[in-house]
Design a protein around this ligand. Structure first.
Ligand SMILES: *Cc1c(COP(=O)(O)O)cnc(C)c1O
Length: 380
């Protein structure tokens, strides 16, 4: 029987998980303590404070849910939306579609505002859709990982707040990799994940909710009972047990957030934007054109069209098995037609990008030297 030590090392440049640095692996393997140990409580307080800084919010209720990013989405549905609520959902890729599905299963009256994959949704169309006074919430995906498009948030909070509704956002792939200030954007609640731009393994969903959302808190879900989590994370007295916190994952997130703070959030956003453009021009040389038009791109994910006539799956297979590099294929209508390349945290650096560019050039017969030159110029 193989052991995990036989699992090969990979350079993770797909849609997530992203490369996990040694510092974070080390934090993950620190000896476990109890979830009610006061020493662990200090780590929790730090994590909450660093998450607020990273999300640019003052919301007290800002903490990692014990679930992956999709669990963050489920928690948002179960705690902030009531059956029958009219909820407008922007769908410009796979992740908006998943939210519409989750809301529908929870009995919400889902109104989709759809857009072709590869473009942002026009603000006016979202604003028009929330004009119905029965609207209780507006949900958008800030960073669509299926298309590499960033959805502008400007003007949306005002529109939904005029209906006394909640502005809800998925920032799984954008958090710490693309400019985002939740309070400034008027966001009432948002969820993220650890395995994209924070470079922590998958397993936690950073989550934040402000007063407007807390006033409407639903307690239908036993596991995602936000009040119970507030009583554990933010108790004035002793922390109350609800479920055992994933101690070591929270250690890892603590270290991941420290790394974000050391670099500085704005500097990190700028590095991701630069890494994205450098990789984009290198892949342009190899005949892979970016899907997102200028100005709509998500820094942390480069989605490119596969050149005509290239059978992409065997190339990705060889990159993984022979070169040890993971990139992701297209989802839904883009299956077989696009690659999704992560530009996330430690993946958004010249060295890993050069490895990918060289390997791709060799496996597709592209001009390796010219592609590497374009990458270097992008970083210069
Ligand atoms: C990855 C991702 C998710 C889902 O997160 P999981 O950790 O896979 O559950 C949700 N939304 C977006 C935009 C994502 O990129």
């Amino acid at each position: 029987m193989p052991t995990v030590s036989e699992v090969p090392e990979r350079l993770l440049l797909g849609s997530g998980p992203s490369p996990v640095p040694e510092r974070i692996l080390k934090a993950l393997s620190h000896p476990t303590v109890g979830h009610l140990d006061p020493a662990f409580g200090e780590i929790q307080d730090d994590v909450a404070a660093m998450l607020r800084a990273t999300m640019k919010t003052d919301n007290k209720v800002t903490f990692p849910l014990s679930a992956t990013g999709s669990g963050g989405m489920q928690a948002m549905v179960d705690t902030l939306v009531a059956p029958g609520d009219r909820v407008v959902v922007g769908v410009h890729g796979a992740f908006g579609g998943r939210m519409a599905d989750a809301l529908g299963r929870a009995g919400a009256d889902v109104v989709k505002v759809e857009q072709e994959w590869g473009r942002a949704i026009e603000t006016e169309r979202l604003v028009d859709a929330v004009a119905d006074p029965a609207t209780r919430a507006l949900f958008v995906v800030h960073g669509e990982t299926s298309t590499g498009v960033a959805q502008p948030l400007d003007g949306l909070a005002e529109a939904i707040h005029a209906r006394d509704g909640l502005f809800l956002v998925d920032c799984v792939t954008s958090l710490a990799g693309h400019a985002l200030a939740l309070d400034e954007a008027g966001v009432d609640a948002a969820f993220s994940g650890t395995q994209k731009c924070i470079n922590v393994p998958p397993g936690l969903a950073p989550f934040t909710v402000g007063d407007r959302g807390l006033e409407r808190l639903q307690r239908r879900s036993w596991y995602f009972d936000l009040q119970a989590m507030v009583d554990y994370w933010f108790a004035d007295g002793p922390r109350a047990y609800h479920h055992t916190a994933p101690i070591n994952m929270i250690y890892a997130l603590h270290e991941g957030l420290r790394i974000v703070q050391e670099e500085g959030l704005e500097a990190r956003w700028a590095r991701h934007a630069r890494a994205h453009e450098a990789l984009r021009s290198a892949f342009g040389v190899l005949g892979f054109e970016r899907l997102a038009p200028d100005g709509e791109q998500l820094s942390s994910l480069l989605a490119v069209r596969v050149p005509d006539g290239l059978d992409e799956a065997p190339v990705r297979g060889a990159l993984l098995k022979e070169d040890g590099i993971e990139v992701s294929g297209g989802l839904g209508p883009l299956a077989g037609a696009a690659w999704r390349i992560g530009v996330m945290g430690e993946g958004a650096r010249p060295e890993p990008q050069e490895r990918l560019v060289r390997a791709t050039a060799r496996r597709t017969g592209g001009d390796e030297a010219a592609a590497v030159r374009a990458l270097e110029e992008g970083w210069a």
